[in-house]
Design a protein around this ligand. Structure first.
Ligand code: FES
Length: 146
């Protein structure tokens, strides 16, 4: 397989590998054709302008060299970005940052961008659920806002 030096570097020495304890969001995706599977964990914080940003991000991937390299790259691209910016990262952004992927391996980069989007959606849905409930001291009970 003809991989770029950047792909090989990210495969041999992946960045942000591992899990985050008590993550704010988790995205899990799998490719049913090859059986590869990937988890992306995020911690969300706020930047100086008060916008939500990806403070920390890690991944766990059981997959091919391209899947591991794309996981490593998506975490590097997403770290420090606002959630809106991170959600817009595409498989082409990942492939471009890796200085290209063999055409037969382009589908592997879908896993990385999809897992990140799922982790962000997971964070947003948890936050929504949290915000949709209000504790009323008078009735000593939780009330749904929606
Ligand atoms: Fe399965 Fe690469 S071959 S993700």
């Amino acid at each position: 397989m003809n991989y770029s030096k950047t792909v090989l570097k990210n495969f041999m020495n992946p960045k942000n590998r591992g899990e985050i304890k008590n993550p704010d969001g988790v995205g899990k995706v799998g490719n049913p054709q090859c059986g590869d599977i990937m988890w992306v964990y995020i911690k969300v914080g706020k930047n100086k302008s008060g916008k939500e940003v990806i403070k920390n991000i890690k991944f766990k991937t059981f997959g091919c060299a391209a899947a591991i390299a794309t996981s490593s790259m998506i975490t590097q691209l997403a770290k420090g970005k606002t959630l809106d910016q991170a959600k817009k990262l595409t498989r082409n952004d990942v492939a471009k940052s890796l200085k290209g992927l063999p055409p037969i391996k382009m589908h592997c980069s879908n896993l990385a961008s999809d897992a990140l989007k799922k982790a962000i959606n997971d964070y947003k849905s948890k936050k929504k659920t949290k915000n949709d409930w209000t504790y009323c001291k008078n009735f000593e009970n939780w009330f749904c806002n929606s």
